[in-house]
Ligand binder design. Structure first.
Ligand SMILES: [Zn+2]
Length: 574
């Protein structure tokens, strides 16, 4: 299950920071000698205003713990109020005093337990009116972290200090509930609240979200509070939280789209690049994937490597786990092959099909990216990874966009084909990629017919401002009978004009018109959702076919003209 796999990831594939340490920007370093005397009255400022990455100081691993309204010092790396007893503007003097006292108390316990001379040096310095010894510049920022270096050694990096911090925050055996940890299965003291937070989940609060949390009363109804609902020991809790944060922050293992974060990983690193397949699939890579079962290059070891993916979305302070996929690289690759085969459709001028990533498919269902509903990318990704059929709801959204925009974009045509193909078992890989002249489904034929009528209008009146498609696509695709009679009659004057002015074009268009209408005895009154999808594909296919023919014809003309042109002796044109 998810938490166990995350913990494994942390154990096997991450170099973990010390327990309850995290990377954070540390702006100021106070430099001391072994006796706690300042080496320089001015703290070293590590911020580089010109570099947004270090605007708040250089990032270091420092003690971190969730801090609520209570006074809780961070060992040896805290803000000015805790560290020096200095509050910035608007600080309450009484509270600053308490914070500093708590910090000193923690530090003296640390000095006592670790017996580390460096800690003792910091304590000595802080006990002797540090504010008076320091020269703080006017732009000193009271809200940034301050840490200490004694003889060039960061005190927070001392192993003894790290162990002290870990032990300090470990749940005490006598007060914590002992239960079976759901991750490691051992009977251990379990946390009443997870200490680390998950960051970067859309919809969650910016300070982070707890992956297991039961703030809502509903979750407490079993008498289990907070994370006890899924009891984990401190060690497991920290590890899976770190793994989730690592995967969420790593561009190569996450996709953030439509209000959800998808994270995915493999048990071992086998170089399987899912991200590129989903974000920016390259034609060569997809071709190689489609051909891989025949080439048989991949080892069984890669095939059998475990693959995991999950979808997370935030809801206030909680992370909601939407999907959990536990499979193998080999299975995912097989499903991806289908995924790319299913979406293959000719380009809008007859070009080779181009593989599409998640985003263009998802955005094809809406007017603009911000309108993408969370379920859209989620279901698309799920189908890509598992081969599950796509819901009719996606076809509905695509068809609705076609009607609203009075056109079928290549992305929408691909999405419509994906929905159909994913729902047909045993369908042929090459079905519906190009125009299918043999398909006599009336809806498909009506779509083709609209494209032919559009072409007749375009050839007869080049540059017409509003075409019949601009005006009638919506009605033609949902209620053909109400509009096609009129469109057919409207085409007659255009055809007559062409017969007179451009007989070649006339014969070609007339032939095409006959071909498309043969067998189409009457126009359907209304089209169902599925039929509207077929209409869109018929229209799209026919149009791509016509454009490809027009491009080929003009290329032939050009080539013929070049051949006829007289050339010099060296073969160049005169
Ligand atoms: Zn555990």
């Amino acid at each position: 299950m998810l938490l166990q796999r995350l913990k494994e990831y942390a154990d096997w594939r991450m170099e973990l920071p010390p327990v309850l340490y995290n990377e954070a920007p540390v702006r100021y370093i106070i430099e001391l000698d072994g006796n706690g005397r300042l080496l320089s009255p001015r703290p070293t400022d590590t911020a580089d205003p010109s570099n947004p990455k270090t605007k708040r100081g250089q990032r270091r691993l420092v003690p971190q713990i969730q801090r609520t309204a209570d006074i809780k010092p961070l060992l040896l790396a805290d803000k000015a109020d805790y560290t020096l007893g200095l509050g910035g503007e608007g600080a309450k003097p009484e509270r600053v005093k308490q914070c500093h006292a708590a910090y000193l108390d923690l530090l003296s316990r640390c000095a006592e337990q670790t017996q580390a001379p460096e800690v003792a040096a910091v304590l000595r310095f802080l006990q002797e009116t540090p504010a008076e010894q320091l020269e703080l510049t006017d732009d000193f920022n009271y809200g940034e972290l301050i840490t200490f270096r004694v003889h060039d050694r960061f005190v927070v990096d001392l192993p003894a200090v790290q162990s002290f911090w870990a032990a300090l925050n470990a749940p005490a055996d006598d007060v914590a509930t002992v239960m079976q940890c759901i991750v490691c299965g051992r009977q251990r003291p379990v946390l009443d609240r997870l200490q680390g937070k998950i960051k970067g989940v859309p919809g969650g609060q910016t300070s982070g979200t707890a992956i297991i949390s039961a703030n809502a009363e509903a979750f407490e109804s079993y008498g289990l509070e907070a994370s006890l609902i899924a009891p984990t020991c401190a060690d497991c809790g920290e590890h899976f939280t770190k793994a989730a944060n690592h995967l969420l922050s790593d561009q190569s293992s996450r996709i953030i789209l439509g209000g959800s974060a998808f994270i995915f990983w493999t048990r071992d690193d086998v170089g399987f690049d899912l991200l590129t397949f989903m974000n920016d699939p390259q034609p060569e890579a997809v071709r190689a994937l489609l051909e891989s079962p025949r080439s048989g290059k991949q080892s069984a070891e890669v095939d059998d490597t475990a693959f995991y993916a999950t979808t997370l979305s935030g809801s206030g302070a909680r992370v909601v786990v939407r999907d959990w996929i536990d499979t193998t690289v080999g299975v995912v690759q097989t499903n991806l092959r289908w995924w790319f085969a299913w979406q293959r459709i000719v380009g809008q001028s007859g070009e080779e099909p181009k593989p599409l990533g998640l985003f263009p498919l998802a955005v094809a269902t809406v007017r603009e990216a911000k309108d993408i509903v969370p379920t859209t990318p989620r279901t698309l990704l799920r189908t890509a990874l598992t081969g599950a059929p796509l819901p009719w709801g996606l076809l509905f959204q695509a068809v609705r966009r076609n009607r609203a925009e009075q056109k079928v974009t290549p992305q929408r045509a691909a999405l419509i084909k994906l929905v159909f193909a994913s729902r047909q078992s045993g369908q042929q890989e090459d079905c519906m990629v190009h125009l299918d002249p043999a398909n006599d489904n009336p809806a498909y034929r009506c779509g083709r017919l609209l494209a032919v009528l559009e072409d007749i209008q375009r050839v007869a009146i080049p540059g017409a401002k509003a075409t019949i498609v601009d005006r009638f696509f919506g009605t033609a695709s949902s209620a053909p009978a109400s509009v096609f009679g009129r469109l057919m009659r409207g085409a007659q004057p255009h055809l007559s004009k062409l017969e007179r002015d451009n007989p070649n074009a006339y014969y070609a268009l007339q032939r095409r018109l006959e071909e498309v209408t043969t067998g189409l005895n009457s126009f359907p009154r209304t089209l169902t959702l599925e039929e509207q999808g077929l209409f869109s594909l018929g229209y799209y296919h026919q149009r791509a076919h016509q454009r490809a023919e027009a491009i080929a014809a003009s290329a032939r003309k050009k080539a013929a003209a070049a051949e006829a042109a007289p050339t010099n002796d060296d073969g160049s044109a005169q």
